[in-house]
Design a protein around this ligand. Sequence first.
Ligand code: MG
Length: 380
Amino acid sequence: MNGSPLAPYAACPTCSKGRNHSESAPGYRTEYQRDRDRIVHSAAFRRLEYKTQVFVNHEGDLYRTRLTHSIEVAQIGRSIARALKLNEDLVEAIALAHDLGHTPFGHAGQEALNQCMADYGGFEHNLQSLRVVDELEERYAEFSGLNLTYETREGILKHCSKENAKFLGDIGLRFLNNEQASLEAQLTNLADAITYNNHDVDDGLRAGLITIEQLNEVSFFSEQYSVVKNSYPDLPKRRTIHETVRRMINRQVTDLITTSTALINKASPKTIDDIRTHNNSLIKFSDAIAQQHRALKQFLHQHLYQHHKVYRETIKSQQIISALFQAFMNHPRLLPQEHYNMLNKTQKHLGETGRARTIADYIAGMTDRYAITEYNKLFP
Ligand code: MG
């Protein structure tokens, strides 16, 4: 629990909107702590260790994976929550679960699976994360999924089209009614952005795909880098980079806390419902930092995510995902028995769309190395 009392508009575990299947209150932890614990014990969480963030898992031991990324989001998110007197436990639960629905091979995998699913409702990792915690995890006697609280599920589903929202019941309503999520959900979303922007700079430099000279064209980097260089001219390169990235994170986090505090004070919400019905998000960067943040993001898109070495991996992984999808669609008997049984069940209700969805669930759940092994077994 937080050391100081929570703000009156923070998410509060004793007034949660509850779980889909009612359960007795936990004895020695809060509802959100129970959510976090269920997430940590899930199979999907353990698989994050072997899923690519940007760099394919086997390229080196120091690069971020989806697991270390999620832990960093939880760390940054909790710091912000504490400063804003919001619920740290809820932020931690959302952060640890936010990427559970990611396919192997990062965004390349998601794009490939989305293309495969074009005629069957598409594939979107946010929706898939919700599907993992609502349906796909099989751990409890009484229900499928993890039966998480409304607030954690709300935070996991950070965006959603109105078309998809119609099929999601209570959790989709905010997209149809143009309402906001809790401040905890809003801040975890931005903690995610702060995290990947900064660790991708670090990983990109480590991989040698981007250089300090290039990064110095981005004001957000060069400002901090020059301060570090001037204060510690003899610091080795690796430590200079870490010190710079550390300061970049701190700059963004501090700005987010200051700007959001002012916005919250101005809106003076009394309850979490005031947050939800407010016409705008109250967790924001200042305009200046938001602009620098976007510039860094654009830089990373252009120079890192589209770097030819990353691109080569992208094409290879798209090939793997589409080949696996087609093979399972044409020959469902190739699936492991439990997935084959599931396919027969969903196909009965939903026809070919049900078949495709079961296959997408199976492929999305794969780790990078499992997908590569399956591919090599099927297409030697
Ligand atoms: Mg993320």
